[in-house]
Design a protein. Structure first.
Length: 268
């Protein structure tokens, strides 16, 4: 462009607001259409004989969000995209059957409660409980999700190790920009690899945690200690691991097991 060429004229405030009004109307139309499609999904599941199953699909949700975040954007941050679509997916899920949250916040209840709403949206009812056992019991009911604080005073991970029907499927918060993991979510859902995962593994291996991390590292497993109480340690492993993985079988400890896996932070 020649230096003498006039610069593009900036839109007036009134013009920008008028454009925002147009965009808002279009967004509302699309959101309304999406909400209506959730009803069609529920009807299709009834026709297919799947009406009694919990509709939560963590692997599918991670795939949707990753695809959205990979698309070109001019100004929408990962946090904005994730918050909007979490709300949309949560509302859709709540229209397909029972859906409720039971939150054990431990010593950081406000943080865990906020992280739960950021991850699961405003649609599902949320009840706060004083003990992890209460949250786990609620997760065994139709549509139940337990939100469990990473509180080493209450090693709830041992209970999940003894109950293979409940699986950890999410770490809260789900963006690194929102802070370090404060809680894990568990429910009676199917989990699978998403292409970028963290696996949650429990062991009663004795000795300093750092020594166990080093032992796992020598076998190609990157691990971080999340909780340590009652003789049971909870580790986060980088990647997706099956319970039968040979590397975990070789690790120290007599009582060990995978209690679930979750998509890695979406902005990592």
């Amino acid at each position: 462009m020649d230096a003498s060429d006039p610069k593009p004229t900036a839109r007036t405030l009134e013009a920008v607001r008028a454009r925002l009004d147009v965009v808002d109307r279009r967004l509302l139309e699309l959101i309304d259409e999406r909400a209506a499609l959730a009803g069609e999904v529920a009807a299709a599941k009834v026709a297919a004989g799947e009406s009694g199953r919990f509709a939560l699909r963590p692997t599918r949700e991670a795939e949707v969000l990753r695809n959205l975040l990979a698309r070109p954007r001019k100004a929408a941050t990962p946090g904005l995209v994730v918050r909007i679509w979490r709300e949309l997916m949560s509302d859709s899920l709540s229209r397909q059957g029972p859906y409720h949250l039971s939150v054990f916040g431990g010593g950081q209840a406000p943080v865990v409660r906020e992280a739960a709403r950021m991850r699961f949206g405003a649609a599902p009812p949320l009840a706060e409980v004083g003990r992890p056992e209460e949250a786990i019991a609620a997760a065994r009911t139709p549509g139940g999700v337990a939100i469990l604080a990473l509180d080493s005073r209450t090693p709830w991970w041992g209970r999940l190790l003894a109950d293979p029907t409940l699986r950890v499927f999410a770490a809260l918060p789900c963006l690194t920009a929102w802070g370090r993991p404060a809680a894990l979510a568990a429910a009676e859902v199917e989990i699978g690899p998403t292409g970028g995962d963290r696996t949650y593994w429990v062991t009663d291996a004795p000795g300093p945690p750092g020594r166990l991390v080093e032992t796992l590292s020598k076998d190609g497993v990157a691990a971080e200690l999340l909780g340590d109480a009652g003789g049971l340690r909870l580790f986060e492993l980088v990647g997706y691991y099956q319970s039968s993985d040979e590397r975990l079988a070789r690790a120290p400890g007599r009582l060990t097991g995978v209690i679930g896996a979750a998509s890695a932070p979406l902005d990592a």
